[in-house]
Design a protein around this ligand. Structure first.
Ligand code: SF4
Length: 385
């Protein structure tokens, strides 16, 4: 049987850069130039996909994820063509989960209908917050009213499976704001919710404000309260927390991200995208023009690659798997590596159990509720080199 795997495509275009964002994306303001850049970029992605298509001999690609950037800035016909091409070229099954990230204000009922016809069956909408003042601080181009309008549009276009991205730990955000954001989000009945805490990344305007001492962050205790509030509130209204930051109605977990958390292979396409195929992990250069030019000559545009040995593969299986509330199964670990968790990680497990951060029970290693908030402490224990 072929090993299941995912396909990620990076669409690195945005209307403007948000104040906190360090993702690879560019802003092309001139419409004609933007359309020309998009055309040659998508052509390059298709060439790259064809280059890797032989991996279908080994893997069954079961999910496709269009991320960004803002994929929905691309004209829907062009994006739809790309989805159809990739599904065919990489032999995705007709019922494969195909997710497209979308930002409010960049979608309409007709654009979404086009995407649905092309095979997109899941949308991930970047709502972030429901207070216009916070959206303004974040530098988002949309306002709360646009989120409601987008959800109406996606329903009208026939989408039933959608996720909302939300952020907490924002400058000036109160616990009451966060409660309101959660309530408003839930009132829209998404199948899935992702709740991320703000990370102030170097090289962003937020980082400069942070250094200047003018970023009014909530502080660790309040941020911990916000995380707990999300856990309590969302699980109380029927969502299951299946990963540190992710909540889903039963059966609506994101199959694509589960590939990452199960440490399965994935093909990454596009400028700045990363992938892992076999024992090699690679990252493409984050340079739209360079990437496009390289593929005009049918040349891969890999900036970095490394080989993953068995020890690192084990560590990463633990680090990724412990993000899931279901944890890591010893049986699955043994089936993959031929040894038990206790053979390799007895010391780490006992140390973390002593601190109440993980729990090993009936052949499964899981993080505790306390461990969930201290994820990085837990994960770093399992990186042996
Ligand atoms: S829309 Fe997303 S990718 Fe684009 S700048 Fe904002 S956070 Fe970054």
């Amino acid at each position: 049987m072929k090993e299941p795997a995912g396909v990620y495509v990076h669409i690195p275009f945005c209307q403007r850069k948000c104040e906190y964002c360090d993702f690879h994306s560019i802003v092309v303001s001139d419409r004609q130039r933007f359309l020309a850049v998009v055309d040659s970029y998508l052509c390059a992605v298709q060439r790259e996909a064809r280059h890797y298509a032989h991996w279908t001999d080994e893997y069954e690609f079961t999910t496709l994820f269009l991320g960004g950037g803002t994929p929905t800035l691309v004209p829907p016909d062009r994006l739809g063509e790309l989805v159809v091409f990739l599904k065919q070229e990489l032999q995705l099954p007709s019922d494969a989960e195909v997710t497209c990230e979308a930002n409010p204000k960049t979608i309409s009922c007709s654009s979404l209908e086009r995407l649905r016809e092309a095979g997109v069956n899941r949308l991930s909408l970047g709502a972030q917050a429901f207070q216009d003042s916070l959206l303004h601080v974040l530098g988002r181009t949309h306002r709360a009213a646009d989120v409601y309008a987008s959800v109406e549009a996606l329903h009208a276009a026939g989408f039933t499976n959608f996720s909302l991205d939300l952020m907490f730990g924002l400058p000036g955000q109160t616990l009451a704001d966060w409660q309101e954001t959660l309530e408003q989000a839930v009132s829209l009945r998404p199948a899935h919710l992702s709740c991320y805490s703000l990370i102030v990344e170097e090289g962003t305007p937020f980082y400069d404000s942070f250094l200047a001492g003018s970023l009014d962050l909530p502080g660790e205790d309040l941020e911990a309260d916000m995380f707990e509030l999300a856990q309590d509130y969302l699980t109380g209204v029927g969502y299951c927390q299946y990963e540190v930051s992710n909540f889903a109605l039963p059966g609506c977990e994101c199959a694509h991200n589960l590939h990452y958390w199960h440490n399965r292979p994935y093909l990454g396409l596009g400028s700045g995208a990363s992938g892992r195929l076999g024992s090699v992990r690679y990252s493409n250069g984050a340079d739209v023009e360079g990437y496009t030019r390289a593929w005009e000559k049918y040349e891969p545009f890999i900036a970095y690659q490394e080989s993953i040995d068995e020890d690192l593969a084990m560590d990463e299986t633990l680090i990724c798997g412990l993000r899931l509330l279901d944890g890591v199964s010893d049986t699955a670990f043994f089936a993959r590596f031929g040894c038990h968790l206790g053979d390799v990680y007895a010391e780490q497990i006992s140390r973390l159990e002593g601190r109440g951060l993980v729990h090993y029970h009936e052949g499964r290693l899981r993080v505790t509720r306390k461990g969930l908030f201290l994820g990085n402490v837990v994960f770093s224990e399992f990186l042996r080199s």
